[in-house]
Design a protein around this ligand. Structure first.
Ligand SMILES: *Cc1c(COP(=O)(O)O)cnc(C)c1O
Length: 402
């Protein structure tokens, strides 16, 4: 098979994202299977000792060992590159492996990182707790305030990190402007694009240098397996990521990579429908007397509505809202839902609902949560693929009981 080249580079393609999600990166075996084959193998064998030597020298592009190369992993990486418009990618075991590797691998003691305060709980742990233990200082800023980004920059600042929309309060940060601040200071910008999805936002095109995903979310989208991916220029991946991953092993399993490739085939239609459902739910909740606050990036009343229009192609599959009456009311609401399930996950085909104050963000002191807008009544709703009218009826009935 001509297929033995670990193809992590995206060829320029004339096709639209939906088409790339079906056809990009396929490595078809000698059996000409329709659906991608599953290569559950730890390693590979070589016809001759000379071939083996050439492969280790890098003169022969074939696979060596699934810790750092495997046909299923290559297919997933190539398809992600084609979707994102990135030169190169590396897939990881989880989203956190992608975030940790993208942040940590290029840095050394004495470097400095600036990150937006509002982020996924474990990302905040990496920046705030883990990095300083290895002599890498970090500064957390209010991501919406460009001045704070500018003031936080130091001569030794190497990386800036943000997610947008943010978890769970769905603030939208100006990726282009923050990239400029980072670049002016000689730093790179890493964007966690999970909430936006590659369908609605392309950070590399907006000026970011590196994009990371938890593929556990919309990319699988059906609750089956964990995964992550780092996308960037070929130079960045080669210089900072390839060797770190090859030698330390935060690798994805071929089976999970295969599952995620199948997930990518339906990503665009799922995200589009889930976004439509989220928008319908947001509109239905906007005037509800028991909702004291509603945040949806697709609505004109979103605090950064203009920016949403500028940098995203559509709203979000997620909605944030505050149930009047604090934690007791929020819990009564959660417990009364029949369709939407209580979970800490998101981006799934089934609607999932989260109480951040007692789950994803319970590690933070109450003042830090308040600063982020995560009140005791705050709910994060991840819209699934159910009929929007059924979801709205479920939410309305549960709010009755709140
Ligand atoms: C879930 C998530 C992660 C972590 O991904 P895992 O696959 O659970 O390790 C990182 N960032 C964001 C924004 C997420 O939603």
């Amino acid at each position: 098979m001509s297929a033995s080249k670990p193809a992590t580079q995206s060829a320029a393609t004339p096709y639209r994202p939906e088409t790339r999600l079906i056809h990009s990166g396929v490595l078809r075996s000698q059996f000409s299977e329709t659906s991608e084959a599953l290569f559950l193998t730890q390693g590979f064998v070589y016809a001759t000792a000379e071939e083996c030597e050439a492969r280790f020298k890098g003169d022969d592009p074939g696979f060596i060992y699934s810790r750092f190369s495997n046909p299923n992993i290559s297919m997933f990486e190539s398809r992600m590159c084609a979707l994102e418009g990135a030169e190169a990618a590396r897939a990881t075991a989880t989203g956190m492996a992608a975030v940790t590797t993208a942040i940590l691998a290029p840095l050394r003691a004495g470097d400095h990182v600036v990150a937006s305060k509002a982020m996924f709980g474990s990302c905040r742990y990496v920046v705030e707790d883990l990095l300083p233990r290895y002599g890498i200082e970090s500064t957390l800023v209010d991501g919406l305030d460009l001045d704070q980004w500018r003031k936080a920059m130091r001569p030794n600042t190497r990386s800036c990190f943000l997610e947008s929309p943010t978890n769970p309060t769905l603030d939208v940060l100006d990726i282009g402007a923050i990239a400029e601040v980072a670049h002016d200071a000689g730093a790179r910008l890493i964007v966690d694009n999970v909430f936006a999805t590659p369908i609605w936002q392309s950070p590399l095109q907006l000026g970011a240098d590196v994009v990371v995903y938890s593929a556990t979310k919309h990319i699988d989208g059906q609750g089956r397996c964990l995964g992550g991916v780092i996308l960037s220029s070929d130079d960045f991946i080669q210089e900072h990521i390839h060797n770190f991953m090859r030698q330390t092993g935060p690798s994805i399993s071929p089976f999970n990579a295969w599952t995620l490739v199948k997930g990518l085939e339906t990503l665009a239609i799922r995200v589009r429908q889930q976004t439509e459902n989220a928008a319908a739910i947001a509109d239905a909740l906007a005037a509800h007397p028991k909702i004291s606050r509603l945040i949806y990036p697709g609505r004109a009343d979103h605090p950064q509505a203009e920016l949403v229009k500028k940098q995203m192609r559509a709203g979000s599959t997620l909605i944030g809202f505050e149930v009047e009456g604090g934690k007791p009311a929020a819990f009564r609401f959660l417990n009364a839902l029949k369709l939407a399930r209580i979970s800490n996950n998101l981006g799934d085909a089934r609607s999932l609902v989260t109480h951040p104050a007692t789950t994803t963000h319970q590690r933070l002191p109450i003042e830090a949560r308040a600063e982020l807008g995560i009140s005791e009544g705050f709910i994060r709703f991840s819209a699934g693929l159910e009929h929007a009218d059924d979801l709205i009826a479920d939410i309305d009935a549960a709010l009755e009981k709140a």
